[in-house]
Design a protein around this ligand. Structure first.
Ligand SMILES: *[C@@H]1O[C@H](CO)[C@@H](O)[C@H](O)[C@H]1NC(C)=O
Ligand SMILES: *[C@@H]1O[C@H](CO)[C@@H](O)[C@H](O)[C@H]1NC(C)=O
Ligand SMILES: *[C@@H]1O[C@H](CO)[C@@H](O)[C@H](O)[C@H]1NC(C)=O
Length: 516
């Protein structure tokens, strides 16, 4: 009998002792799937789930980050006080799902993940005397941006390419591949930079050698997310440098062209045949336009030359016309034996004049010896010509009546001070009588000089009658009712004659005065 009591008591005690354990025995933290991966800048849930339903709200949850030797109380929920506490480094970034506590969800919501959040988090839960914890490993990563390949320059006959991409974590793997996806034989140099936030910007350079596989791909791999960013270029052999530095520029242009062609090709691929036909048509039109433009340009140039030619012709012809108009006023001239220097000899027809005999003293004196025309003119226009031939020095022109009278008084030994207008050749150069102005000479021998006395318009012009162009014009003030006479002056010491040149053109006869 006593033994039975003993057993009952024993069972009772045993049951009593086991009571709390059985109550809390329904709790258990479900081990999370590790690691949890968070994207930098985004949010993540650090999971911690209790097994079972209807959990008491007095639960206390603590999330602790163990980093190096340091322990950070990231966030704590105190079930007694029903409040959350955060470490200052996590201020405003963590949050419990309090409404989920009943369902045993004591996960921590972490916002705006940073590189420094990486680490092992302990989720510790205590409920009365019961306690349990799990470790959640948080791995952080950054996806990384698009990668781009840049043509940098030439180096050792190759082309220097650089691949760039920003925003990677952890430091990614950079691979340079060929058309078959194999690692390239050329050795790249990768120099990644680390921003203050711990994010990596990638820069990898490679020198593509001529003759190697010309499809180049830069592949940047995020080993956490198992994702990659890849960009690809195709470099034709013709782009590889010979030795000329301009190739760099050329290359850049071609590179851009390739990009453009690729874009166009892509567009074309998406469109149907009709579109591609219209593209061909457009291209033909473009070529036609180019052709027309170049033809137009050529024509324009030819036209300009033609216009220049015509202009020159017009100039020449108007000069010639002016000469012919002057020549139409031709009058016959005879030289006056009564108004000449005694040493000057006249031909029988009184058209030619020369010096004879040339005494050595007189020749040395080098004086101007004059002969004046018989005919004088009081108005209108007159034209006559003088043969000068190869004579070295001469002077010819027009004298006023008073100048003629003075010359006659002084035995025609020299030109008067005023009242005359002349063209003079001296030692191969030409001068007009205005301030003895030197005249720019055309590179041709003046053999016949035309003198145009234009009293109507107040000027005297001298022409090269052989080539029909104007040598010079002298403005002159003619006085009404005063007579004007031609004069010739052969240089001293020469026996070659100056001569009045006959003109075979209809002569408009003008008032003519013979010496009384
Ligand atoms: C806890 O609740 C949050 C919010 O509803 C949810 O996102 C998360 O997945 C839950 N955690 C677990 C472990 O079920
Ligand atoms: C290329 O090289 C990397 C390391 O540099 C290596 O991990 C990878 O397997 C190689 N890939 C190929 C296709 O050989
Ligand atoms: C990157 O930069 C961060 C902060 O500036 C620094 O803590 C970290 O050691 C750097 N990492 C490397 C690999 O240089």
């Amino acid at each position: 009998m006593g033994s039975v009591f003993h057993w009952v008591t024993a069972v009772h005690i045993l049951t009593f002792l086991q009571m709390p354990h059985l109550t809390t025995g329904q709790f258990k933290i479900i081990p999370p799937q590790n690691p949890v991966i968070a994207i930098i800048g985004e949010g993540v849930v650090l999971p911690c789930q209790l097994k079972g339903q209807n959990n008491p709200e007095t639960i206390t949850v603590q999330w602790i980050l163990s980093r190096h030797s340091e322990k950070i109380d990231v966030s704590t929920y105190d079930g007694e006080k029903k409040e959350e506490r955060q470490d200052e480094r996590y201020q405003g970034r963590t949050q419990f799902f309090q409404t989920e506590f009943q369902a045993g969800n004591v996960s921590l919501n972490l916002k705006d993940v940073m590189v420094s959040d990486k680490g092992k988090y302990t989720c510790s839960v205590s409920l009365g005397t019961w306690y349990d914890e799990v470790v959640v490993e948080l791995d952080v990563t950054a996806r990384g941006g698009e990668s781009s390949i840049f043509m940098e320059d030439y180096a050792d006959q190759g082309i220097g390419l650089t691949c760039r991409s920003e925003g990677w974590f952890p430091e990614p793997q950079v691979l340079w591949l060929d058309s078959k996806g194999q690692n390239r034989t050329e050795k790249p140099t990768t120099s990644n930079t680390n921003t203050s936030a711990g994010i990596y910007n990638i820069e990898s350079a490679i020198n593509i050698e001529p003759g190697s596989d010309n499809e180049v791909s830069c592949k940047i791999i995020n080993n956490i997310l198992k994702t990659a960013s890849e960009s690809r270029v195709l470099i034709s052999d013709v782009f590889f440098p010979t030795t000329s530095p301009w190739m760099a520029t050329f290359l850049v242009i071609l590179f851009l062209s390739i990009a453009l062609i690729a874009a166009v090709w892509y567009k074309l691929k998406k469109n149907n045949d009709t579109t591609s036909l219209s593209v061909t048509e457009k291209k033909t039109m473009e070529e036609e336009k180019e052709h027309l433009l170049s033809t137009l340009e050529t024509n324009k140039r030819t036209d300009q030359i033609a216009i220049q030619d015509i202009q020159e012709n017009i100039d020449r012809l108007s000069g010639e016309l002016e000469f012919r108009r002057a020549q139409s006023y031709a009058v016959p001239i005879t030289l006056d034996p009564d108004c000449k220097h005694p040493e000057l000899k006249l031909s029988e027809d009184q058209k030619r004049v020369w010096q004879e005999p040339a005494s050595p003293e007189l020749a040395a004196a080098s004086r101007a010896l004059l002969v004046v025309g018989k005919e004088g003119f009081v108005a209108g226009r007159q034209y006559w010509e003088v043969e000068v031939r190869e004579k070295l020095d001469w002077e010819l022109g027009v004298l006023s009546q008073s100048a003629r009278d003075r010359v006659k008084r002084e035995k025609a030994e020299k030109l008067p001070e005023e009242g005359y207008w002349s063209l003079k050749r001296s030692q191969g150069d030409f001068f007009s009588s205005i301030k003895n102005g030197k005249i720019e000479k055309k590179d041709m021998p003046y053999k016949v000089i035309g003198v145009f006395l234009n009293q109507k318009e107040g000027r005297i012009s001298f022409y090269d009658a052989g080539h029909m162009f104007l040598i010079t014009t002298i403005p002159a003030e003619f006085t009404n009712n005063i007579w004007y006479y031609p004069f010739l002056s052969p240089s001293t010491g020469e026996q070659k004659p100056l001569a009045i040149h006959p003109i075979r053109v209809p002569i408009p006869l003008k008032p003519l005065r013979k010496e009384k």
